[in-house]
Design a binder for this molecule. Sequence first.
Ligand SMILES: C[S@@+](CC[C@H](N)C(=O)[O-])C[C@H]1O[C@@H](n2cnc3c(N)ncnc32)[C@H](O)[C@@H]1O
Length: 400
Amino acid sequence: MSEVQAQYEAYPYPERDPADERRRLITGSPSHPWEIDHFLFAGQRDWTRPLRALIAGGGTGDGLIQLAALLTAAGRPYEITYLDLSTAARAIAEERARVRGLTGIRFETGSLLEAADYGTFDYIDCCGVLHHLPEPQAGFDALSRALAPGGGIGLMVYAPYGRSGVYPLQEAFGALGAGLAPRDKLTMAKRVFAGLPEGHPFKRNPHLVDHDASDAGFYDLLLHSQDRPYTVNELDDSLARAGLELVSFTQPALYDLDLLLPEGVRAPAGLDRTQRMALAEKLRGTIKTHVAYAVAAGRGAQALARPSDLSLVPQIKGGTGAQLARVAAAKGALRLTQGAEKITVPLPKSAAPLLAAIDGRRSLGGIAQRAGLDPVGFAAAWAPLHRALGDWGLMLYARP
Ligand SMILES: C[S@@+](CC[C@H](N)C(=O)[O-])C[C@H]1O[C@@H](n2cnc3c(N)ncnc32)[C@H](O)[C@@H]1O
């Protein structure tokens, strides 16, 4: 058994108690059905057709349970294959599904490098796994081979700058713990960690929290034997080599260079999208994971939902249109907490009636009609909302 396998048998990740399924559903990115629709199916997926999904490296099941539970609640058909090397993680994921009474899930123990042996998939979730493979490119390639035509991938990989302080500690603990069993390694590392000087870059980094959450979190963050982060450029390159293309990050605003440059400072002309995002990643400095959707190369433009299509239905994540309308009318801006940062997103007061019309069923065309706007007037009024909410991942276009 490899060291990585031994880790996830000893510390299935993330640490979860299946009994908690009775009181809450963990939601997040990637793999919320609205995101899948918005980033991979242009907001137009026909959800009466079963979604064939693969959860590659599903761990204790957060992505799996979210997808299966939300589709079940919406009465939408699916066939989900869960795949992971760790039998301990699988046992927890299976129990979570059982507690919720979820059906339609096939549990498999094996490597995502053989993903295509399990079928072809409309959607593949691969969250927090590729950067732990001995040869990550082989993982990108394997997932690409398992995609059905027209399908897409939701993925998360580590990013370097927001994880500053992690890698020197991983190296030091790796050397100190060589030959120790996972539990002894954890005990040793926690003792050393407790005595680190306050000025250590890890201690100065407010974005790192996993080590405080659980033993599995500490192990995953600081004792991993295989962990390589990706810059925007490196991610773009790995996707391209696998015949894939980035559709979008789930929060494109994080990578928006214009939001980081003061008036009068301009990026050199001729930078392409990736180069601009790579510069933004360096200037922002706090991105610790890249959460992204990808499709076969050449399909990116048609995969992404765009509000020029008035048949699209906007959905508000984590709230309602009515709530946002009240915030817009009262404050003209929305305050967001983004990791350890506070961000202010402008929400023009004049947009309050448009926000109030978002009910999860009404199309953009219906919203325009209700507001008495013709398509040109609506496009002008909607654009700032799309930028403010869409670019922070708070508004998605998806079939209800
Ligand atoms: C950090 S956990 C992420 C779990 C889950 N995707 C999540 O985001 O909560 C990484 C998981 O990938 C699994 N894994 C690592 N290499 C794998 C491989 N080659 N094939 C399948 N699973 C793998 C591990 O066993 C572990 O459960």
